[in-house]
Design a protein around this ligand. Structure first.
Ligand code: IMP
Ligand code: MG
Length: 179
């Protein structure tokens, strides 16, 4: 069982469903009539993105990006590498970035700097999880599921070496698995 590799379960499938529905309701209120573009960051946020869009009860579009950042602690922008860009022109669009977890903040900080140059009408961040203890650069999380302790988490899209993304819960991986 995949769950045998967990030290503990942080959020059950039911708890995640409840929180995702709450965030979806907030987004429904804030984006009614705005035809937002919801951008999921692959692969980590794939599960979160496809769940939350079904809880946003207003017309929207979906797109995905694959990005990777060079080196934690990078202060300059432009260090985000786009491996798959958007198919959609974001100029004058209300864009909601969906991310699985904000750790150092480097990836999102760089991605936001890049997307701002494309002149969206608005650009907001919706992150299921945030690890404040690990933050190196300031990132404003407009919609946040939970703040979590500084432990390595897997499940619900989060992976360790590409494993565990399909776990329906979010748990702390046993240290012996990755040491
Ligand atoms: P950062 O905020 O630029 O440091 O990068 C965040 C990215 O690191 C996330 O999108 C995840 O892919 C990955 N990440 C951070 N913490 C975890 C974790 O606990 N489990 C799995 N992936 C993580
Ligand atoms: Mg990720």
């Amino acid at each position: 069982m995949m769950t045998d590799d967990l030290k503990s379960v942080l959020f059950t499938e039911e708890q995640i469903a409840t929180r995702v529905a709450e965030l979806g309701a907030e987004l429904t209120r804030d984006y009614a009539g705005k035809n937002p573009l919801v951008v999921g960051i692959l692969k980590g946020a794939s599960v979160f993105t496809t769940d939350i869009v079904r809880k946003i009860e207003t017309p929207l579009q979906i797109d995905f990006m694959v990005v990777s950042s060079y080196g934690a602690g990078t202060k300059t922008s432009g260090t985000v590498k786009i491996r798959k860009d958007l198919d959609t022109d974001v100029r004058d669009r209300h864009v909601i970035i969906c991310e699985d977890i904000i750790d150092s903040g480097v990836t999102m900080s760089n991605l936001f700097a890049l997307l701002e140059t494309r002149k969206p009408a608005s650009l907001k961040l919706c992150a299921l999880l945030s690890k404040p203890a690990r933050r190196e650069v300031d990132v404003k999380i407009d919609y946040c599921g939970w703040e979590v302790p500084d432990e390595f988490l897997v499940g619900y899209g989060l992976d360790y070496a590409e494993h565990y993304r399909n776990l329906p819960c979010i748990g702390v991986l046993k240290p012996e698995i990755y040491s």
